[in-house]
Design a protein. Structure first.
Length: 277
């Protein structure tokens, strides 16, 4: 065989090898893309600012009751739970336009939300308390509540429902004052009298913010759920999550997680309380 023929055969062999390599890469890429498509993911939005429920630790990693509940849901259903941390109002906007599947940060059931979203099985019941400044000599107990006292509220939350319930329970008319996410600081600085807060977060809050105290508990309790879109996909996800929550309730997992984070069982409604709606 002459040199020219050998050169042609070598070139031909190299081309075949390169084509085979390209085919392997294309095949690998297609496999990865298909695997990505087949991966089951639930995108969950959160602020990660609620002590005990979901927050970032010193390492910047998420932790808390909500985080553990979602992690357990993922393990039992085979779904990957993908967290998206963002500001409160932006989070609801992303949820409404379908870029999030749910919101996982101590979301309370309300009639208004139930009309707009699919609601999961409840996974917690949360008594509301009132916080005030430690150096507020006018407020020593819930009996000291008076007409005209200011109470901090935040937009797009259940605080207005809590406010109405407190007014009904104690026979006072309070003045709502709206702040953009810094209600607790306004109360600690004496610019506002009261701040409604779920009892589970109160102890951590007063440890983290100076000059705060728990004035007392109300007899109102919020029901915590996970919302989903009112679509076929949202309904399916909601049903799956609700089924899993029921299983976790039945086998004691929810109670165990609750006691891990709050030293008490918040998975059942306390006696002599009224549910906020």
């Amino acid at each position: 065989m002459n040199k020219k023929a050998i050169s042609i055969l070598l070139c031909f062999g190299m081309c075949i090898t390169m084509l085979a390599g390209c085919n392997q890469k294309d095949s690998s890429k297609e496999t990865e893309e298909q695997s990505s498509k087949d991966e089951k993911v639930i995108k969950v939005g959160c602020e990660a600012t609620t002590p005990g429920w979901i927050q970032t630790d010193k390492k910047g990693e998420l932790s808390g009751y909500d985080y553990d509940v979602w992690t357990e849901i993922g393990e039992r259903t085979g779904y990957k739970i993908e967290y998206k941390i963002m500001e409160w109002d932006g989070m609801w906007s992303m949820f409404d336009d379908g870029r999030l599947d749910s919101i996982g940060e101590q979301i309370s059931y309300t009639t208004e939300r139930a009309q707009k979203y699919n609601m999961s099985e409840p996974y917690a019941y949360n008594i509301y308390s009132l916080l005030c400044a430690k150096d507020n000599g006018e407020l020593q107990s819930m009996d000291d509540l008076k007409d005209g006292m200011t109470i901090a509220c935040e937009s797009n939350t259940s605080y207005e429902i809590v406010l109405k319930a407190i007014e009904d329970e104690y026979g006072v008319t309070l003045k709502p004052t709206y702040f953009d996410g810094m209600s607790v600081q306004e109360v600690a600085l004496g610019r506002c009298d009261l701040w409604p807060r779920a009892r589970t977060s109160c102890e951590t809050t007063i440890e983290e913010v100076d000059n705060l105290k728990i004035l007392g508990d109300t007899n109102r309790v919020e029901t915590n759920i996970y919302p989903f879109a009112k679509t076929d996909e949202g309904k399916e996800l909601c049903g799956m999550v609700s089924k899993t929550i029921k299983e976790m309730q039945a086998d004691g997992t929810l109670k165990k997680l609750s006691e891990k984070w709050f030293d008490t069982d918040i998975t059942v409604q306390p006696e002599n309380t009224e549910v906020l709606e």
